[in-house]
Design a protein around this ligand. Structure first.
Ligand code: FMN
Length: 217
C-alpha cells in the first residue's frame, strides 16, 4: 500500500502537451468537434485513440465499466460491437442508458458521452463481423463470454476450432455478434491545461439540435 501510494504521488498528472482550444469558435455540432479531436489524436500518434470506456448499469442500477473499441461515429452517434451473450449486452437490454469515456493523454483531452444505446440490427452487425480479420472472427466465434473457463489451453483450442470453421465457410456470421449505437444526449469536451484552468465544454441535445456552454471544472 505504502509503495503504491508513494508511486502514485510521484507521478506527473495532466502532463501532456495541450493544444490551443478556442471554445468560442467550436462547432455547434459535438459530433463534428469529436471528429476534429479524434483526428488530432490520430495525427499526434496517441496510441489506440479509439479505445473507450463504456459504462452500463443493470436493471438494479449496478454499474459496470470496461474498455472497448469505437467502430464508427457519425451524426447518429457512437458505434461499438460486442457479443449478445456479454454482460454489457445484458445490461443494455435491461437498461439502455450508457456512457462512453475517451482519454487522450498526449493532448490532455477527455471526451465524455452519455445517452441511450440501441442495437443496430442483424444486417449492420453482420457487416461489422465480416469486416473483422479471420483471426478476430475466430476469437469471437470460439468464446462463451463470461462462462467459467478451466484453462487458457481450452480457449486456444476453441479458437482453433472456430478458425477451421471460418476458413471452411468465410461467409459465416456469428449470430450473437451485435453492433450497438450510443445516441448522445450529452457530450462533454474537457481540455486540460497546465495552469489547471481546465476547459469543460458541454453540449446538450435540444429538440432539433444542440446547445453548448462552459461549466466550471
Ligand atoms: C483495448 C481493448 C479493446 C476491447 N475491445 C472490445 C470490443 O470492441 N468489444 C468487446 O465486446 N470487448 C472488447 N474488449 C473486452 C472488454 O473490455 C470486456 O473484457 C469484454 O467485452 C467483456 O465485458 P462485459 O462482461 O462487461 O460485457 C476490449 C478490451 C480492451 C482492453
Amino acid at each position: 500500500m505504502t509503495l503504491v501510494r508513494e508511486l502514485l504521488r510521484s507521478l506527473p498528472a495532466v502532463s501532456g502537451d495541450a493544444p490551443p482550444f478556442d471554445q468560442g469558435t467550436a462547432s455547434d455540432d459535438p459530433l463534428e468537434l469529436f471528429a476534429a479531436w479524434f483526428t488530432a489524436a490520430v495525427e499526434l500518434g496517441v496510441p489506440e485513440p479509439h479505445a473507450a470506456t463504456l459504462a452500463t448499469a443493470d436493471a438494479d442500477g449496478r454499474p459496470s465499466a470496461r474498455v472497448l473499441f469505437l467502430k464508427d461515429v457519425g451524426p447518429e452517434g457512437f458505434a461499438f460491437a460486442t457479443d449478445a451473450r456479454s454482460a454489457k449486452a445484458a445490461d443494455l437490454a435491461a437498461n439502455p442508458q450508457a456512457a462512453l469515456g475517451f482519454w487522450w493523454q498526449q493532448l490532455v483531452r477527455q471526451v465524455r458521452v452519455a445517452g441511450a444505446a440501441r442495437y443496430l440490427g442483424a444486417e449492420v452487425s453482420g457487416v461489422d463481423y465480416l469486416a473483422r480479420s479471420p483471426a478476430s472472427r475466430a476469437a469471437a466465434a470460439g468464446v462463451r463470454p463470461g462462462e467459467p473457463l478451466t484453462s487458457v489451453d481450452d480457449l486456444r483450442a476453441a479458437m482453433r476450432d472456430a478458425r477451421g470453421r471460418i476458413d471452411a465457410d468465410p461467409g459465416f456470421v456469428l449470430p450473437t455478434w451485435q453492433a450497438w449505437l450510443v445516441v448522445p444526449q450529452v457530450v462533454e469536451f474537457w481540455q486540460g491545461s497546465a495552469d489547471r484552468a481546465h476547459v469543460r465544454l458541454v453540449y446538450r441535445r435540444t429538440g432539433d439540435g444542440w446547445d453548448h456552454a462552459l461549466v466550471w471544472p
